[in-house]
Design a protein around this ligand. Structure first.
Ligand code: FO1
Length: 328
């Protein structure tokens, strides 16, 4: 039985997930990962956040890009280009093996959850990695240039279009798997919302019917780590999207976004002054994770902070939670 559950998206969240995996004993960590970024590309099923977590925890991630595998070669992409195929989304040769294996597994009727469990074992990972659902839930970004599937917005358009709203296609028909449901109640020590993008990476997880309700009733304290440092995001479009959605780029906004769900918020020391304007208990510490020591230190501090918190289950249930997404 695991004692810590971490919710995360790709690159930023996976860093803290790795810190938690190193800070905890083998088998103590379960990571619940966003699959709203998944899509079909070149006939293959791509699960970018799942793969980022697998590669990061498996020690084979590319340290510079944060996504894909280290020591990658790109012969497949060159051949696709030569044949006039689509090259806007890069699939490395080693990475390709994961997409081919997953596509074959799913086409044979297997579940993503089971595929990920096997892949984690094969990569020597002793944490449990769970996709948020086995069903198709896709993040759609409504922009000033029209409706875009997530990877078209994120990679092809490099997050340039202005975001008007987000929604999660398929969410209303999806359901929480029994495995994810159990993992939420099995978490005894802490539930950690990693410093992933709250709108693009965490909201799709919460949009899966049954997940938010289970979290509200979870017995472990829920702690979020803010992705905002000094009014900016360390990486990625979090700050840009907040501004476009009319939300001030601050930890106060992150606290308001998670209000009613979390029992505590971790912010960076440079923003310690924000604590006075936040309803929840706050831990101010260095949240920038530049190397593995930073990740493990932050993981330990987050767990120690969670230990001091009382899970306000009743308050969570009674507080109306404000969402940015529409679940269609
Ligand atoms: N991100 C990019 O910016 N460009 C790419 O070509 C790209 C390819 C890619 C392939 C496999 C994979 O697992 C991730 C990949 N990513 C790429 C990252 C991905 O778009 C993002 O990390 C997430 O979807 C956002 O969390």
């Amino acid at each position: 039985m695991s004692s810590v559950l971490a919710l995360c998206g790709g690159i930023g969240g996976a860093k803290l997930a790795l810190g938690l995996a190193r800070a905890l004993a083998p088998g103590e960590l379960t990571v619940l990962v966003n699959t709203g970024d998944d899509f079909e590309h070149l006939g293959l099923r791509i699960s970018p956040d799942i793969d980022t977590v697998l590669y990061t925890l498996g020690g084979v991630a590319d340290p510079e890009r944060g996504w894909g595998r280290a020591d990658e070669t790109w012969n497949f992409m060159s051949a696709v280009r030569q044949l006039g195929g689509e090259t806007w989304f890069q699939l490395g040769d080693r990475d390709l093996a994961m997409h081919v294996a997953r596509t074959k597994y799913l086409r044979a009727g297997g579940l993503l959850t089971d595929f990920v469990e096997q892949a984690a074992r094969q990569l020597g990972i002793d944490a449990r990695i769970l996709p948020m659902t086995d069903e198709d839930v896709r993040t759609i970004v409504e922009t000033d240039e029209g409706s875009l599937e997530f990877q078209r917005y994120f990679v092809e358009q490099r997050c340039q279009p202005t975001v008007r709203s987000l929604w999660f296609a398929g969410a209303s028909r999806a359901r929480v798997s029994a495995t994810v449901h159990r993992a939420i109640f099995d978490a005894t020590q802490a539930i950690v919302i990693c410093p992933s993008n709250p709108y693009l990476s965490i909201e799709p997880i919460l949009a899966v019917p049954g997940i938010r309700a289970a979290l509200l009733e979870a017995t472990a304290p829920i702690v979020a780590v803010s992705p905002i440092i000094g009014g900016a995001a360390v990486k990625g479009p979090t700050a840009k999207i907040m501004a476009e959605l009319g939300t001030p780029v601050s930890n106060v906004s992150i606290a308001a976004h998670y209000h009613g769900l979390i029992d505590g918020l971790v912010i960076d020391s440079v923003d310690a002054g924000d604590a006075a304007a936040i309803d929840e208990p706050v831990l101010a510490t260095c949240t920038l994770m530049q190397d593995i020591d930073d990740r493990v230190r932050l993981a330990r501090e987050v767990l120690a902070f969670a230990h001091t918190l009382t899970p306000h289950r009743l308050e969570r249930i009674l507080t109306r939670h404000v969402t940015v997404g529409v679940y269609a």
